[in-house]
Design a protein. Structure first.
Length: 374
């Protein structure tokens, strides 16, 4: 179906879950992305009845906002409100040609970097008309955000590998972690790590953090890691006072990325290289159901990968000057990437970090040198 209002064929709203956002991998039998949906006609007729040509609104989101904000009766009819939401989404698709439709709990229009629920947007136009300029200003950077996101995705997809991976002859061995038992309010043992056998956690578990002390054994893992690295690599190890009375372990290798480990309960903070930082475990809520053992897996993987040369930092990336990081296990089997704003630091420190990372081999920090003697 074609339209005299929007510059493209009209299609039905995608089904729930049938997202056409950029991050979805293409499937041979899947329909293409939906740019313009039908069902907006009642609003178009509503505009005509009030002397407004809907074709003149089709590429002007500000004017569309003004019309809807000036006619709050749009929300009095579910049919009209639904049509207005579809009209607004189609206008956004004209303004931002990469935007496509998807259906979650309500219709959305967007790309990978921004997806806008249109029902809520129309309600906001009526109930908060003063937000017009702020919303339009937010959309002004959308195209550049997509470009930056593409750059980040290209980094994740490219076949870059550490120039050299160095693994000590003597492997790291995790210390035996003491078995800890915790009881629920009924006096029954909580099977942490196996609480949700069907993989579905109850809603209330996401806001509950029971027995964070179960992560106390991570301090043993930190000690074992530090001892292993000191024995196998040419690295200076020192302990310093941290924030809030904590103690942090600073590992300064003869070459490669510095690592700072701050063990607390329930988490361990890791800082490395120029900007990288991680919290292990990243979440201690009951829904995530982490254990000291699963947290130890992540802690060991990050630290041992950095020492072996499997740590990459790229900064600044794109207009937003984001940070891209990659951790690759020494055997190459695990690879995890992340991107986001770099930590706030003084301008002088930021410039120093930028120059430092520019001198790396495609962002890869060199492996720590092994000790020449046992």
């Amino acid at each position: 179906m074609s339209s005299a209002v929007f510059p493209g064929p009209l299609r039905p709203m995608p089904e729930v879950g049938a997202a056409a956002i950029l991050w979805m991998p293409p499937q041979a039998d899947a329909p293409g992305p939906v740019r313009f949906v039908d069902g907006f006609e009642p609003f178009a007729e509503f505009a005509r009845d009030r002397g407004v040509d809907p074709a003149l609104l089709a590429d002007d989101l500000g004017a569309t906002w003004d019309v809807i904000a000036g006619h709050p009766e749009v929300l009095d009819s579910e049919t009209l409100a639904t049509a207005a939401a579809r009209f607004v989404g189609n206008v956004i698709a004209v303004v931002h040609p990469a935007a496509t439709w998807r259906m979650t709990n309500e219709p959305e229009i967007g790309t990978n970097t921004l997806s806008i629920p249109v029902t809520g947007l129309v309600q906001g136009m009526v109930q908060q008309p003063d937000q017009r300029d702020a919303f339009l200003q937010m959309l002004a950077s959308w195209e550049q955000d997509d470009i930056d996101d593409e750059e980040m995705r290209a980094l994740s997809a490219e076949d870059s590998a550490p120039p050299v991976v160095v693994v000590p002859r003597r492997a790291y061995v995790r210390p035996a972690l003491p078995p800890l038992t915790f009881l629920d309010e009924r006096g029954e043992v909580i099977p942490y790590g196996r609480r949700w056998p069907d993989g579905i956690a109850p809603e209330e578990s996401y806001s509950r953090e029971s027995h964070p002390e179960r992560f106390a054994p991570l301090s043993l893992v930190v000690d074992a890691l530090v001892a292993h690295l000191r024995r196998e690599y040419t690295v200076e190890v020192r302990r310093e006072a941290g924030e809030g009375g904590t103690e942090r372990v600073v590992l300064e290798p003869a070459r490669g990325a510095r690592v700072v480990i701050t063990p607390t309960i329930p988490s361990v903070r890791i800082e490395a290289g120029a900007h990288f930082h991680a919290i292990v475990p990243s979440c201690i809520c009951d829904a995530c159901d982490e254990t000291a053992e699963t947290a130890a897996d992540e802690l060991e993987r990050i630290v041992l990968s950095i020492a072996a040369g499997g740590f990459r930092e790229k900064y600044p990336v794109g207009r937003r000057a984001w940070l891209y990081t990659e951790i690759r296990s020494p055997d190459g089997e695990r690879r995890e990437t992340s991107s986001g704003p770099a930590p706030e630091v003084p301008a002088e420190d930021r410039e120093h970090a930028t120059a430092l990372l520019r001198g790396l081999d495609d962002g890869w920090w060199p492996a720590w040198p092994l000790r020449s003697t046992p």
